[in-house]
Design a protein around this ligand. Structure first.
Ligand code: HEM
Length: 513
């Protein structure tokens, strides 16, 4: 206890001095006309801030915005962080002046251990980011490639349905989140490593990925002053390195296997479905004129799995929770699906992907879920490439700027009764779903669950497809009901994404159609 106290005091005093000097000599301090915000003593501000959960931080920010306006600065340690809550300022920054706002801040020391900054989401705005992002969008996420994973989606849907059927036997409530997470994880694993993996292998990958993802926040303290924590908190650093090595032990053999398979088969086999790893094995880094090494490929695969799994399964859980809470919306959706299933000549058991285009109310339900419960309440932090003006203030070069996603989707100036779940708000009357809603915010931002502009989520279309396909089939196959005396509780908590504080449990029974 005493040793810990001394360690903490030493870290705090040392960091106080470091932050104080940084503050005195940082260009941001010299800039003068940053957006307004509270004055804090840097180090204590930093400690307070780091101890807050994201929901607490959001509440503090809401108060600050009420006091200082839609753009505020908070000093987290030596560096000012700007927070934007206003849709038109976000549009001005990310769409109209996108080139200046598309960078990312320098990664924290712990992120560097697991390879971030070498992946798409953390890469600096430049040729490497461009190459990696273009590879993902052009090789894996474009429409025709996504179609080639159709059989994988059907396989995963079958697994999910079997789990739900088995868990709902004997009229027991089903806790769905683990099943949703596993299903979304399977989809991404198959796209990443090819479609020949069995469930045992997939579970092994899920285990190492989740350990790192959910445990990562525990290592935040190491970023406080890495040189010092490497001495004082050595064991924690060792633990982090161990997690990284465990991930490599599982992923590197898969990459190697794919490399061998690709060399043997890809030329002669026309049924060969290209995986994300295959594309990474071919890439050539523009500046260094070399191929990616195995560690870099592990980092990119890991990003692919994390970025597309938790976000989508979180959104799926929120949407299903609302369908349980509001049976009339579930019924309306079921009737819409029934309409196309009876008209069509399709297999009665499954709502096929091609049918999704005929379901505007389904799309409205998904959009309303993403508006009301965006899986991330902030986009990833952006950094600016040079001094720029925003809302009459100066954002200094390399300054960090954050955009408040949830606030924008709940703006009462755009959305009537914004906290209510009303899919109808996305139907424009003529039921032409192509005209439904521009979620990319290119002309105007009304909500931005996927971000907007140059760093917009490249997995947007894939995520919407996964959500539409799974929600449609879950509602088509099962009747979802609240557990008696246990109302669906929509309160939130922060994990990797913003999840349900009390995970969804529901009574599920096969539909009698
Ligand atoms: C409902 C599901 C999803 C949501 C809500 C979501 C949301 C987001 C958000 C808010 C960002 C940050 C945008 C910014 O910083 O301005 C982002 C970035 C990213 N997302 Fe997604 N995402 C989802 C699914 C996916 C999927 C399925 C994939 C991949 C297959 C993916 C891959 C990425 C990548 C690689 C980035 C980094 C982009 C960059 O920095 O250039 N996401 N996503």
């Amino acid at each position: 206890m005493e040793a810990w106290f001394i360690i903490l005091i030493s870290i705090s005093v040392a960091a106080l001095l470091k932050a104080f000097f940084n503050l005195l000599f940082s260009p941001a301090a010299a800039a003068g006309n940053l957006p307004p915000g509270p004055t804090t003593i840097p180090i204590f501000g930093q400690i307070q801030w780091l101890r807050r959960t994201s929901s607490e931080a959001e509440a503090v920010l809401r108060n600050l915005h009420a006091k200082f306006g839609p753009i505020v600065t908070i000093r987290i340690g030596s560096r000012p962080s700007v927070f934007v809550a206003d849709r038109s300022l976000a549009h001005k920054a990310l769409v109209q002046n996108g080139v200046f706002f598309a960078d990312r801040p320098i990664g924290l020391a712990t992120s560097k251990v697991v390879g971030s900054q070498n992946n798409i989401s953390s890469a600096f705005y430049g040729p490497t980011w461009r190459l990696l992002r273009r590879n993902l969008t052009a090789e894996i996420l474009h429409t025709s490639r996504v179609k080639s994973y159709k059989h994988a989606r059907k396989w995963v849907l079958g697994i999910l349905m079997d789990c739900l059927k088995s868990d709902s036997k004997n009229n027991k409530p089903v806790r769905v989140m683990d099943h949703f997470q596993y299903a979304m994880f399977c989809l991404l694993v198959l796209m990443c490593f090819g479609d020949k993996l069995d469930q045992k292998k997939i579970k092994e990958i899920e285990h190492v990925q989740r350990r790192l993802l959910l445990g990562f926040a525990r290592f935040n303290i190491l970023n406080f002053w890495p040189r010092l924590t490497k001495i004082l908190l050595r064991k924690k650093w060792v633990e982090l390195f161990q997690l990284r090595d465990d991930r490599e032990k599982v992923l590197i053999p898969l990459i190697q296997a794919r490399k061998n398979l690709k060399e043997q088969r890809c030329k002669e086999d026309e049924n060969y479905v290209l995986s994300y790893v295959d594309t990474l094995l071919d890439l050539q880094l523009p500046d260094e004129k070399r191929k990616l090494n195995q560690h870099e490929i592990v980092t990119l695969c890991s990003e692919f799995l994390n970025a597309g799994t938790d976000t989508t399964s979180t959104a799926l859980q929120w949407i299903m929770a609302n369908l349980v809470k509001y049976p009339e919306i579930q019924e309306k959706l079921f009737m819409e699906i029934k309409g196309i299933m009876i008209d069509g000549d399709g297999d009665e058991e499954e709502v096929k992907e091609e049918e999704l285009q005929k379901l505007p109310y389904l799309k409205a339900v998904i959009l309303e879920g993403l508006r009301r419960h965006p899986p991330g309440h902030f986009v990833l932090p952006h950094a600016v490439t040079e001094d720029v003006e925003l809302g009459g203030y100066k954002i200094p070069k390399n300054g960090i700027i954050n955009f408040m996603v949830a606030e924008m989707g709940w703006d009462p100036k755009v959305w009537e009764d914004p906290m209510a779940f009303k899919p109808e708000r996305f139907l424009n009357g003529d039921e032409d779903h192509d005209q439904l809603f521009d979620i990319t915010g290119s002309r105007e931002i009304k909500m931005m669950p996927f971000g907007v502009g140059r760093r917009i989520c490249p997995g947007l279309a894939l995520a919407l497809l996964h959500l539409e396909y799974f929600v449609a089939n879950l509602v088509w196959s099962f009747h979802w009901k609240a557990v008696e005396n246990d109302e669906v509780d929509l309160s939130e908590k922060q994990e990797f994404t913003i999840v349900m504080n009390k995970p969804l449990q529901a009574m599920i029974s096969p539909r009698i159609r």
